[in-house]
Design a binder for this molecule. Sequence first.
Ligand code: ATP
Length: 474
Amino acid sequence: MRTAEIASRYLDYFETRGHLVVPSASLISPNPTTLFTIAGMVPFIPYLLGEKTPPRKRMASNQKCVRTLDIDEVGKTTRHGTFFQMLGNFSFGDYFKEEAIHYAWELLTTPQDKGGFGFDPAKLWVTTFTDDEEARSIWRNEGMDPERIQQMGMEDNFWTTGGPGPGGPCSEIYVDRGPQFGKEGGPIADENRYTEIWDLVFENYEVDNVKSKTDLHIVGELANKNIDTGMGLERVAYLLQGKNNIYETDEMYPVIEAAEKLSGRKYGEDADADVRFRVVADHVRSALMIMSDGVRPSNEGRGYVLRRLIRRTEVAMRRLGVTSEVLPYLLPVSKDAMAPNYPELNETFHDISEAAYGEEDAFRRTLEKGTTILDVAVGNAKKAGNVVSGKDAFELHDTYGFPIELTLEMAAEEGVKVDEAKFRELMAEQKSRARADALKKRGNVDVSVYDEIKKSLTAPLEFVGYTTFSTRST
Ligand code: ATP
């Protein structure tokens, strides 16, 4: 089942059960404290908090998400992407635990020819919050083997906003991928073998004093109980498509194939190279989707995340042996794989690709200069304690525009460390030198008084010295 079909099957299922299906909100988070939309519930927060009335009490969506926290996991685990899609069904003061669990179980276990996803019930496991006997009894009534219901505490299975307000227990659903993927014993024993696919959150409490997840105070029951769920589309896709990980699904694998062609190497032959192929598949798609929501590369915030994704793609391809430009080959492939679900890409792609290719060109110039220097520094490090000196890292930054993360990543690839403390010290010294220089340029005097005078003027100053002599008498 293609990824786009899994998404529409999910949304159809909930639409026929009275949910209003809404399009994904932008990746640019409406919440000023996060750069990107990190979960399906983000656009619904005002409804969950009771601040706004939802257009319907039951809603569902397929939300585009970006989690940069997971960037180092990419390619190494089977299940973490920087960009991914979260399917979700929500109830704002309408149905609660019983229906939420029933819908999840029914959709997952109904055979594919009858509209469901056809998971074998014997391979499904769930976790519930330790105190939530009600959830466990609902799962048992649905047909879940009690042996495959595990309990987790506050840290893992209790949701809050991080402050006073709604909160409540969660129940997470996992799929057992089989003994070849790890040890027995359910998700508590091995989260690689047992892949989490869906999280059901039952918001029924009002909480305050949320010092930490394990130290909060339950004020009482909410008048309006909410359901908020999130299912990882890529995770369900790789399991249903019989693949090993999310990067091998129909929306990402074409990029791996294109990278194989460019590099002349084969995916599946070498573990390190495979991580790089997967990083490329993930990052090219994330860059495409982030740009599709209007972000362009820059030195801060979202633009910097995008810049890092493009740079990491370039570096990963270099490590696969490709030194020529790569995005003009990889980006259109990713666009074609994503366009069935995001037809707007066909309109925006021209602008996106121009900006992406320009960014790649600029970075390639930086890389060409810096890589040789880094190679020498890494060679030296291998002879002396396996640490690249802070001075070399600083020179790479200062003279060749190599961001420190890149030096760290490239050095790590070669199995050496970087003296980051010394690098930071040199950076701090450089900053204070720059401040001192700026002061010198102003003649080492406090000229702020002139700035004040300038601010108090009501009309712009005009220089009249070329045409007018001073009439001031001495
Ligand atoms: P994990 O512990 O596996 O990182 P999580 O507990 O952070 O997942 P939730 O925040 O509960 O995940 O998100 C709901 C669902 O979204 C998860 O069950 C999973 O299927 C999916 N998901 C979360 N993070 C990612 C990611 N980085 N890439 C792909 N899918 C994800």
